[in-house]
Design a protein around this ligand. Structure first.
Ligand SMILES: Nc1ncnc2c1ncn2[C@@H]1O[C@H](COP(=O)(O)OP(=O)(O)OP(=O)(O)O)[C@@H](O)[C@H]1O
Length: 311
């Protein structure tokens, strides 16, 4: 597997009782094989959701995403399970969640290879080699120690080793340095760099600028969309199952809840028109993109038509 990632107009919606949360509102992103990328952005911007999608743990609501040769929207459950077992390594937030506490470091890595073996993968690396890759081999006999006997930094590197046990083409790590001191953090950054040098694509969600600086490229996610690095520079809103539209925050600031808007279909898209002042006349004909817009048309926002794509 070549470890590449492609996302086009990727949308994910959490369906909750009575309302939807649009976690990703049209992500465009390309990651080349062997790249290392930090996903940065404020809390709640959709970073972990994107990671879960790339890991094949959840499915896109709309848009396209491919990891290597796997089309994440079209793959069957069995194909996604195979991808997870053979091609993608995932480090969940919190090292302990990735480790079995009663197994030694070496046994943890060996255990993590079982799923790949069950899928017929042969020629897996020796656990010692995987531990060496993340810098854990030869550290005071760590091989035979259990997770609680390791330092926090070593535990996190063991979590990386477990995710790499089946030699995946793509490593996805969610906040691998949270709650580590600066020395341990630097060790983890060095391990990630060594993983990248081995040819594995590395995608890391992080709040830590130092971790971001240690990656080859930083991609910022804001409000469920990729910043200037990878987007087409368009703003997206998504039509929910009940027909409601979740507007981007900057548009919501102009059109607060309760605002009356006219929805005007046009050949080139759909336009929302809202009066700036009570009683101001509304006419879709008066809105011409690029024109010196009248005051009420400044609030017009073209909304891409996702209604056929969102199931
Ligand atoms: N299981 C869930 N159910 C409902 N909404 C969710 C769920 N998980 C995340 N969300 C919402 O989806 C949006 C994106 O969340 P996500 O966890 O992907 O962001 P994040 O950038 O990883 O945040 P953080 O940096 O805090 O981990 C947020 O509005 C969040 O509240």
């Amino acid at each position: 597997m070549n470890g590449s990632v492609t996302c086009r107009g990727l949308v994910y919606i959490y369906r909750l009782e009575g309302y939807d949360v649009v976690a990703l509102g049209g992500v465009d992103l390309d990651i080349a094989p062997g790249e290392s990328v930090a996903l940065l952005g404020p809390s709640g911007s959709g970073k972990s959701t994107l990671l879960s999608l790339l890991a094949g743990l959840i499915r896109p609501a709309a848009g396209r995403a491919t990891v290597g040769d796997t089309d994440l929207a079209k793959a069957t459950e069995a194909e996604l399970a195979r991808m997870r077992a053979t091609e993608v390594g995932v480090v969940l937030q919190g090292a302990e969640r990735n480790l079995l506490p009663y197994l030694t470091a070496e046994q943890n890595v060996r255990f993590a290879q079982r799923a790949a073996r069950n899928h017929g993968v042969t020629g897996l690396p020796a656990p010692r080699d995987v531990l060496a890759l993340v810098g854990l081999l030869g550290v005071r006999g760590r091989l035979r120690q259990r997770p609680h006997e390791l330092t926090p930094g070593e535990r996190q590197r063991l979590a990386l080793a477990v995710a790499l046990a089946h030699k995946p083409g793509l490593l996805l790590a969610d906040e691998p340095t949270s709650q580590l001191d600066s020395v341990a953090r630097d060790e983890v950054i060095a391990s990630l760099e060594s993983v990248r040098r081995s040819g594995t694509t590395v995608v890391v969600v992080t709040h830590d600028p130092q971790v971001g600086a240690g990656m080859g490229r930083q991609v910022t996610i804001r409000d469920g969309r990729v910043g200037g690095e990878g987007s087409l520079g368009e703003e997206f809103a998504v039509v929910g199952r009940d027909g409601s539209v979740h507007l981007p925050p900057e548009v919501l600031a102009l059109l607060p809840p309760g605002t009356r808007v006219r929805v005007h279909p046009r050949p080139d898209g759909t336009v929302l028109l809202a009066a700036a002042q009570a009683g101001a006349p509304l006419s879709a004909d008066e809105f011409e993109p690029g024109d010196d817009a009248p005051v009420y048309a400044r609030h017009a926002a073209p909304v891409p038509d996702y209604s056929r794509e969102v199931a």
